[in-house]
Write a protein that binds this ligand. Structure first.
Ligand SMILES: Cc1ncc(COP(=O)(O)O)c(C=O)c1O
Length: 393
């Protein structure tokens, strides 16, 4: 094996999403692409809003000297100022441009934060079900993930989290709106979680940070108001991106923002800038930083995602599935009719539908279905899901 034992092991256990991607390729060959309804990916099918192309064209037609050079590792000042202005009005906190570091998407942001915070063996609490890449990101930087099961409502349980905290706990990762469940955490829950961390930080004499992963922050339904963990806990750091709300996942553009009131701010920011550099990201893509500077108040159609959420949710309930109705993001996480979620997802493929077993997100007996696909795919999927539950013994 040319690769290290650890890499080989990681590849062997490679995520369910990847496996479903490969299974999807085979299924398309077998059934024909038009008979496959792929709800396995969080890769939005919708194009970015028209303002994105206008801004891209503007940047191409108005070149400036040095616009493709290296820059300060934290990113362009104008972009950081624009982001700070937008999140200040969105969250009601006073961010400065210097509180923001531009990153290669949320994934890079999370790696930068973990790289800067973790000593070998430090623990990071992850409520389960979870976005599976967290486990790799934590491991990348010598950390240990402590999984804490959420209830049937998929909301993190403050009491269980309190009991999982040890003197080695360095951070809690929160992800609202959530992938894979679509649940949104309300202010009351966030306040309770903040109280637990406050008290535990005091007890152990060391700060426990909240790392708030918020790429779905703007995809929120039913006129709900988003509440960020940053609104409730000052020792908090946000990682996010434009991957989902501008439909730009391939462009790798996002940012870290520290809570304006975070303690030892300049040391933390310097640590993040250093980690961004030495992890090899160097800086977020220059062209994309320029493009998003003027798109801070532009998003994909949230109403359209809500319509698709309703269509898939109603289709599932009518067919006899049990599911929590998602309030944000673009995933549904219904129960599979059997505890063996992998077997049911396999069975579903016979009807042309691709989902991902809940086991891949730390919750057996469920499956994740993405609705960031077009209407025809959703219609085919709802039909297949109906037939699959009826055909399941
Ligand atoms: C919860 C969550 N965090 C982080 C990411 C990574 O986002 P990005 O593509 O911006 O790196 C994703 C992508 O699907 C996600 O679902």
């Amino acid at each position: 094996m040319p690769v290290s034992d650890k890499t080989a092991e990681g590849m062997r256990q490679s995520s369910w999403i990847r496996r479903m991607f490969e299974a999807g390729g085979e299924l398309r060959k077998r059934l024909g692409a038009e008979n496959v309804f792929d709800l396995s990916l969080g890769n939005p099918e919708d194009e970015p809003p028209p303002e994105f192309r206008q801004e891209l064209a503007y940047q191409a037609q108005n070149p400036r000297a040095g616009m493709h050079r290296y820059m300060a590792n934290a990113g362009y000042e104008a972009t950081r100022d624009a982001v700070a202005g937008a999140i200040s009005s969105e969250l009601g906190l006073s961010f400065q441009g210097s509180d923001v570091i531009m990153t290669c998407g949320a994934a890079a942001g999370l790696n930068v934060i973990l790289k800067a915070l973790l000593n070998i063996g430090d623990e990071v609490i992850v409520p389960s079900p979870y976005f599976p890449e967290y486990l790799s990101y934590i491991d990348n930087h010598g950390g240990v993930a402590r999984l804490v099961d959420s209830g049937d409502d998929f909301l993190p349980d403050p009491d269980k989290i309190k009991h999982a905290i040890t003197k080695k706990t360095r951070a809690l990762i929160l992800n609202t709106p959530n992938n894979p469940t679509g649940v949104v955490y309300d202010s009351i829950l966030l306040k309770k979680l903040a109280d637990v961390l406050e008290e535990s930080s005091q007890r152990f004499g060391q700060t426990i940070y909240i790392i708030s992963d918020e790429p779905y922050r703007r995809l929120i339904y039913d006129d709900q108001k988003f509440s960020s963990p940053l609104n409730h806990y000052h020792q908090s750091i946000m990682a996010t991106s434009f991957s989902k709300d501008l439909s730009l996942p391939g462009e790798r553009i996002g940012y870290i923002a520290v809570n304006p009131d975070i303690e030892e701010k300049s040391e933390l920011l310097a640590g993040f800038v250093y980690a961004n550099r030495i992890l090899g990201f160097v800086n977020a893509p220059a062209l994309m930083q320029n493009v998003v500077t003027n798109l801070q108040n532009v998003t994909v159609s949230v109403a359209e995602y809500q319509r698709r959420r309703d269509y898939l949710y109603e289709g599932l309930i009518e067919a006899g599935y049990e599911a929590v109705k998602p309030q944000g993001a673009f995933y549904l996480f219904p129960k599979t009719p059997a505890e063996d979620d992998a077997a049911f997802v396999q069975h579903l493929m016979e009807y042309g539908v691709l989902g991902v077993p809940g086991s891949g997100f730390g919750r057996k007996g469920y499956m994740r279905l993405s609705f960031c696909v077009n209407q025809a795919t959703l219609e085919g999927a709802v039909k297949g899901l109906g037939k699959a539950i009826r055909g399941w013994r």
